[in-house]
Design a protein around this ligand. Sequence first.
Ligand code: SAH
Length: 373
Amino acid sequence: MLQLAPHYNALMKTPLPQTTDGSVTLQPLLQLSAAELSRWLKDRGFQPWYAKAIRRWILFKRAESFESMSDLPKQLREQLTAAFQPLASEVTKSLLASDGTRKLLLKMWDGEDIECVMIPDHDRRTACISTQVGCGMACVFCASGLNGVMRNLAPGEILEQLVRLRNLLPAGERLSHIVVMGMGEPLANLDNLLAALEDATAKDGLGIGARHITISTVGLPIKIRKLAESGKQYSLAVSLHAPTEELRSKIVPTSDKMGLHNILQAADDYFKRTGRQVTFEYVVLRDINDRPLEANQLATLLKGRGAHINLIPFNEVEGLPYRRPTDERLNRFVEILREAGLFVHVRKRKGSDINAACGQLRRQSHIEKQAVT
Ligand code: SAH
């Protein structure tokens, strides 16, 4: 039986790795912090500084087995192999879209599926990662939230998505950007996300610049402030989706607790504190929030903030009644915002032939499983 750090389970809020018969399986190595791994090594008579070397092998040198860590003593490699898995998830689907977007469905040790995506664009290699299994925010148009949230992902599980995606790149290529826009509400799992991003930004980790990392949130004001206080230079994107409280509570039913005014205030504070411009995301849904009325209301709401708005034409989700806006409506919407002096960007559609939008692949996979059983 493996000895786990006593606070392990409470800290991660995730189940211990168990097989279906209840026995504990090999522990995912990335689940241990460098300090915990040092302790494990020390307890077995190895130099604690090997912890850095082991993590570097996985995070930097793309090792997928302990055996391949050629500069570690053989005995250590054997003991590591008997106790840990270097990468604990299983890639159960890997889909390549015609535009080069690659989506992975990963099975975690408790059998839960999560999604992550690699989006190549010119010299950028952007990883889109998940922070939770499912999502508790219940945005009416989003596939991730259809069955609620199952659990938070541990720091190692968040990190592992980046490693898996990076390992698909040709040797010498690295991830340049991260968008935390996969399944889940990142700020509802902020501590674990911040822990994972420490390794993502570390020079001997994945070496990705903090300014190249965007965290997208439904808008939890208290957590936005906590993120600002972390002192990091992460970019923040706030999913607004509606210009009025009334419409927002229909599209984002958990919105009532947040309050548009509070969200905007927290976004302003984030800018003041970090100097980082906040982007507002707005999923454009036909006949729901895409009329000139909403464009004018949005312009009034955001005027004077020097705001950047990212319009996301809805990616249609099977079984949901929402539709993409017509080109004509979308163009008019953009025009009104630009005339009001706002910076508008319309998000390009990526990986549409592989269900690349939030939670779609996992949902598709569940539908297929249900059809089989
Ligand atoms: N919970 C975070 C991350 C969600 S994913 C948040 O709310 O910001 C990132 C963005 O994609 C969010 O703005 C989300 O609302 C949007 N999104 C989710 N499903 C979508 C779909 N089917 N089409 C277009 N945008 C979608």
